[in-house]
Design a binder for this molecule. Structure first.
Ligand code: ADP
Length: 171
């Protein structure tokens, strides 16, 4: 079975991430979307647990997609979970330099591990979690940025409110 891991911060998951998830789920037998708790990055908008919950909600209809989180090295996580492929999304040439360095490092840490890059669909090339957070703080319409199931959560968090209760979410 070909199991791949799609690691990232996903704070929060965007339509760009979801597009990569759907395409990778077609290529691999199983895809684990893994929220990586990166000590170098600041606390973030959502907690790692909340990010996992949001990704689970938007990937509900994808049976071969699992969602998890780790505070360990991605290479160690991959080894422990029997995965030899990492999936990464590339938006622009500027992503490339960093990502290729990470890919080489991860292969150095676990020599069976390879990284597969999926290019972004052009309509998502400008999208990042940072853009989403910025837009949400200004009260912009988030429909073109994040999956509709999580719009209310992102809006509420960005305004510093409690997350909406389940019955208040759009179905
Ligand atoms: P960001 O905070 O930049 O949105 P993450 O650390 O959560 O990103 O990213 C996880 C992975 O998803 C990375 O490989 C990143 O290049 C990729 N990615 C992020 N946004 C997009 C997008 N709009 N299209 C394609 N890939 C993306």
């Amino acid at each position: 079975m070909r199991r791949a891991i799609y690691p990232g911060s996903f704070d929060p998951v965007t339509l760009g991430h979801l597009n990569i998830i759907k395409r990778a789920a077609v290529i691999f037998d199983e895809l684990i979307v893994c929220v990586c708790v990166n000590s170098a990055k600041n606390a973030g908008l959502f907690t790692p647990e909340e990010r996992v919950e949001l990704i689970r909600r938007v990937t509900e209809g994808l049976p071969n997609v699992k969602v998890d989180r780790t505070s360990h090295l991605v290479a160690d996580y991959a080894r422990q979970h029997g995965a030899q492929v990492l999936v990464k999304g590339l938006r622009a040439v500027s992503d490339y330099e960093n990502e290729i360095q990470m890919a080489m490092l991860n292969n150095k840490l676990y020599d069976r591990l390879d990284t597969v890059f999926l290019y972004t669909r052009p309509k998502y090339a400008y999208l990042s979690s940072t853009v989403v957070k910025e837009m949400a703080r200004y009260g912009a319409d988030l429909r073109d940025f994040v999956p509709r199931q999580i719009i209310v959560d992102v809006e509420a968090k960005a305004r510093g409110l409690e997350l909406p209760r389940h019955e208040e979410r759009p179905q």
